[in-house]
Design a protein around this ligand. Structure first.
Ligand code: DGJ
Length: 731
């Protein structure tokens, strides 16, 4: 049984293939404490790690030191009050204004499968794939029930945690913090890893020694954001890609979050992840409950690479719906023409695409309303017949005749003040009474907390999608939430607006994927401003960054693939010099950097030189040949340009280890060098592999220990793709 309860020890045990998680009950009161999370062990009798024999004992036995107990006990789901001075997961405010909450064990059950979370994205799995533990805790004074859910999967070293909080009392109370998970660990000389960035610089890895006090990442922008990422990792200071202990926490949510690690006086770490408490408040009427979003925990003793692969498997096998959908090669009109297009220009781009066998033309921003630039028409999702006579239908049909499919861009959450929708319904935009709403990119945000607003915008989305043969939708979102206020909520519920917005967004995307099951949805948020597991539940791929320039993209994609599978990463060969940073990079390098992601072009194909054009068939061929391996295989990072400032490399191995591809990209040449020895990882030591281009045959062990020799090329921008395939050939 992957989950069990040892009555004698009063310990809950959760096993994944390679890890064990233990929590247990303490004291006569039934406090729930965290005992162990790490490499798999057979023992249940680990409760000595709760250190209950050391003073202070539990408050029941030593009431004199109640506060000290709270200050030291490794609570599984810490609450505010009683002497817990570290970050709590749960904080309440009662009708009388009290803030304490104390939770004690009431009951538990263990069952096969995993229930969905109402209104929220969450990992899924059937009874044969996973097992769930539900522990119910109760505050007897408040009659508050807190159900902690833990799910473990048969096929991956991940544990999903979520919480449902129910007011069983007779008075309403407010939740002022309701985070998803807390992890209590003894500090093992940990480094903290977060992802930080900005627009066009998303998902940059930041690794630093854990310091005393609180540190981490957060967003208060209403989206998961470009600036930080809903994730944190703690790893041994000596951990590498392939060695050492690493813990990861990833939040299945797309709005405000707090990801925080706190090193305390006893050299213990409390890591918490959940909705950011700032500005959050949720009114719970008697009998009502609040569903907290899910957090995914991963532990690996095989370094950061092991952590990444566990996340990749969990997301591919149990979160991303549509993982198996075909990912067409595409050309996107944005950097090719921006707003400056008409039917003929798009058709021409489509014809160019057809010459190479590119499968899809995506008409980006500018096909609707009176949209000639960023100032107008968001919310008016009717085709601009002046630009596109005959509409998207005619364009789609004419493209179909030449073998190219049609995709479109929309930004459904937004409204331009200069739009018919705004003139008819100015109240649809979020605004705080008494203040003019804050513009960003000339636009305002629709109040998705309101059903009538969601219905109205959904009608438009579905009408457009039904009006033409559209097989792909890029759902964009280009500004943070500022004036967070809902006209539909009473004053005491305004603290719910930011979360209700996210719930409204999820409801819209759920409707979309239900009504249009064949549509390929790609989420986007000014690039990667909302690249998170929540959005991946609805769209199997996300536009990673508006910065598709190859060198910067290496860094962005390294950070993104720390958590997410390559199949989620939208990656295009963009125009050169880069529209974002002005850098000039060869077409071939841009192709190699985009290859492992969902591949496309974002430039005017006609502007390419003959040499560049000649490369397109090869790039498309490589994508067709190795795309499935990148999407479904196991990734091993071999070198990081971010760290060495010279070259980047990774290996992707098929799950059965019969095939592996090594991608090496040199950005800067190094003066007077001999060849570089690139040690490989992830091969089967015991089988032989033939290097396709040279015919060399070696064992997996030989390739991994000896490595590949990468020739010293005295030039910037050089790349190789090495294919190793299993062979029966002898040496
Ligand atoms: C931001 C996106 O990230 C771009 O790819 C493009 O779609 C523009 N918005 C269009 O306005």
């Amino acid at each position: 049984m992957p989950i069990s309860y040892n009555e004698t020890e009063r310990v809950f045990r959760l096993d994944t293939p390679r890890t064990t998680y233990l929590c247990g009950l303490a004291g006569r009161e039934g406090f729930l404490g965290h005992i162990y999370y790490g490499p798999r062990i057979p023992d249940d009798n680990m409760r000595y790690l709760l250190r209950l024999e050391e003073r202070p004992f539990s408050p029941d036995e030593n009431p004199r030191e109640r506060a000290s107990f709270y200050d030291a006990f490794p609570f599984e789901y810490p609450t505010w009050g009683g002497g817990n001075f570290r970050e709590p997961c749960l904080r309440v405010r009662t009708a009388q204004g009290g803030g304490n909450c104390e939770l004690f064990y009431e009951s538990h059950r263990i069952f096969p499968g995993k229930p969905g979370l109402e209104g929220l994205p969450a990992a899924y799995g059937g009874p044969a794939e996973c097992t769930t533990l539900e522990i119910t805790l109760r505050d007897p004074a408040l009659e508050l029930k807190v159900r902690l859910l833990y799910t473990v999967f048969e096929d991956t070293d991940a544990i999903c945690r979520s919480v449902c909080i129910e007011n069983g009392g007779r008075e309403a109370l407010d939740l002022t913090a309701a985070l998803s998970a807390s992890l209590e660990l003894d500090n093992e000389d940990f480094d903290l890893i977060t992802l930080h960035g900005s627009w066009a610089r998303e998902q940059t890895i930041d690794r630093r020694p854990l310091a005393y006090g609180k540190q981490g990442a957060y967003s208060l922008r209403g989206i998961s954001s470009h600036q930080f990422h809903p994730f944190l990792a703690l790893c041994e200071g000596t951990a590498t890609q392939s060695r050492g202990l690493a813990y990861g926490m990833s939040f299945v949510y797309s709005g405000n979050f707090l990801a925080q690690a706190e090193l305390d006086q006893f050299n213990r770490v409390r890591a918490v992840l959940g909705i950011h408490p700032d500005g959050f408040q949720w009114r719970l009427e008697p009998g009502a409950s609040f569903q907290v979003p899910e957090t995914v925990l991963v532990c690996s003793n095989a370094g950061l690479g092991g952590m990444s692969r566990a996340f990749h498997d969990l997301f591919r096998n149990h979160l991303i719906r549509g993982q198996k959908k075909h990912r067409p090669t595409l050309v996107n009109s944005w950097e090719a023409c921006y707003f400056d297009f008409d039917h003929d220009r798009l058709l021409h781009l489509g014809e160019e695409a057809a010459r190479y066998g590119i499968e899809l033309l995506v008409v980006d921003d500018g096909w609707f309303g009176n949209r000639k630039d960023e100032t107008t028409s968001l919310g008016d999702w009717q085709v601009n017949e002046k630009k596109l006579p005959g509409g998207l239908k005619r364009l789609g049909e004419e493209l179909a005749e030449i073998g190219v499919k049609l995709g479109i861009w929309m930004e459904p959450e937004m409204i331009s003040p200069d739009s018919d929708l705004y003139r008819q319904h100015p109240d649809y935009a979020m605004a705080i009474p008494g203040y003019p709403p804050t513009l960003a990119r000339n636009q305002l945000v629709l109040d998705l907390t309101r059903k009538e607003v969601r219905d109205s915008i959904y009608r438009q989305i579905s009408d457009v999608l039904r009006s033409a043969p559209i097989c792909y939708l890029k759902w964009d979102m280009n500004r943070p939430l500022t004036d967070v206020y809902s006209a539909a909520l009473p004053p005491e519920r305004q603290g719910e607006a930011a979360h209700r917005y996210v719930l409204g967004l999820y409801e819209l995307q759920e409707r979309l994927v239900t009504d249009f099951p064949d549509l390929l949805l790609e989420n986007c948020c000014s690039g990667g401003g909302r690249f998170d597991p929540g959005m991946l539940y609805y769209s199997p791929q996300i536009w990673t960054s508006d910065n598709a320039e190859a060198v910067d993209r290496l860094v962005i994609q390294e950070g993104t693939s720390l958590i997410y599978p390559l199949s989620a990463i939208g990656a295009h060969v963009a125009a050169c010099p880069s529209h974002i940073n002005g850098r000039v990079t060869p077409f071939a390098i841009r192709g190699r950097v985009s290859l492992p992601g969902c591949f496309g072009y974002e430039l005017d194909l006609e502007q390419l030189s003959q040499d560049e054009r000649d490369l397109i068939p090869r790039q498309l061929e490589e994508y067709r040949a190795y795309g499935p391996l990148f999407r479904e295989g196991d990734c091993y990072r071999l070198a990081s340009y971010r760290e060495n400032h010279a070259y980047d490399a990774f290996l992707c191995a098929a799950k059965d280890r019969s095939l592996a591809v090594v991608s090496f990209v040199q950005v800067r040449s190094r003066a007077y060098q001999r060849s570089l020895r690139l040690k490989l990882d992830g091969l089967d030591e015991t089988v032989r592999y033939r290097r396709r281009d040279t015919g060399e045959v070696r064992s997996g062990a030989g390739w991994m220990q000896g490595g590949l020799l990468i020739e010293a090329v005295q030039s910037d921008y050089f790349s190789v793709l090495v294919i190793l395939e299993q062979t029966e050939e002898l040496y």
